[in-house]
Write a protein that binds this ligand. Structure first.
Ligand code: ZN
Length: 269
């Protein structure tokens, strides 16, 4: 039964006729199958503790290097999934209700399946039409990076189903978020970023991530910058999305991004 089960599961991770959330191509058949790669051997033991910040940065850099993307701004996730032995499927989970947005499923033959639901809490009707397509892709890319990070906590052996070594925790969740941001937005790009709203927007676009992911990555790596984002509610009032608690109102230098219903400010700390 082992062989049969593995076969049907493997096939179920292909998906047809969907819009590819990662490359944006319409009607693409996007099926990633297992590919043996050095990453499987590098991280084969599986972490028994959540690594610290410096190790996290090094891990993200190793993944970039081993997939030939050390210098790229926009990470190609097809190559990364291939290296991790991961097949991606986009499906509806519980994202709309604020519940589960992604799942990591260990599979036979040293592989994983990752299922991602890019739907934001409250559904798509709450998201302004012009930004839906980008938001969908950005959410997919971030969630995928997060789930890939969870694979580091599994022991992997050729031909066998990965075994979990460290169970989930808030600390692991935080690690996975930070790993995803680190993989998506490289330190080198952040170091070169102009200390301005334009600089942040250009970093965001180059890395193909949400403004919040770019801002959190930049804020973590550049203590010289104070980055604040506000979200504009339908009644016109503003809610701070990211940044210092005292910044309830945008300062005079804040820039409104009307299409996204966001305001952003970048200042020297
Ligand atoms: Zn998680």
């Amino acid at each position: 039964m082992v062989g049969q089960g593995g076969h049907s599961r493997r096939r179920s991770f292909g998906f047809k006729g969907a819009v590819c959330g990662l490359c944006g191509a319409n009607g693409v058949i996007w099926v990633l199958q297992y590919c043996s790669n050095i990453l499987n051997y590098l991280f084969a033991r599986g972490y028994e503790e959540v690594p610290g910040g410096a190790e996290l940065e090094e891990l993200a850099m190793q993944v970039r290097r081993h997939t030939g993307q050390g210098l790229r701004a926009r990470v190609d996730f097809a190559a990364v999934c291939d290296a991790f032995g991961v097949a991606l499927r986009v499906a509806e989970l519980e994202g709309r209700g604020g519940g589960r947005e992604a799942m990591l499923v260990p599979l036979q033959e040293n592989r994983f399946g990752i299922i991602v639901d890019p739907t934001p809490r409250g559904g798509w009707s709450l998201v302004p039409q012009p930004v839906r397509h980008d938001l969908r892709r950005h959410r997919l890319r971030f969630r995928l990076g997060h789930e890939l990070a969870h694979t580091f906590f599994y022991a992997r052996r050729a031909g066998q189903t990965p075994r979990r070594r460290l169970f989930d925790s808030d600390q692991q969740e935080d690690f996975c978020d930070r790993f995803s941001r680190s993989l998506l937005v490289s330190r080198r790009r952040i170091a070169d970023m102009e200390p301005s709203v334009e600089g942040l927007l250009s970093l965001q676009q180059a890395c193909d991530v949400s403004l919040e992911v770019a801002a959190r990555a930049a804020a973590a790596a550049r203590p010289d910058l104070q980055i604040t984002i506000w979200f504009e509610r339908t009644d016109g009032s503003l809610k701070r999305q990211l940044g210092p608690a005292e910044s309830e109102r945008p300062p005079s230098g804040a820039v409104p991004l009307r299409e996204r219903r966001q305001w952003v400010a970048v200042a020297q700390a």
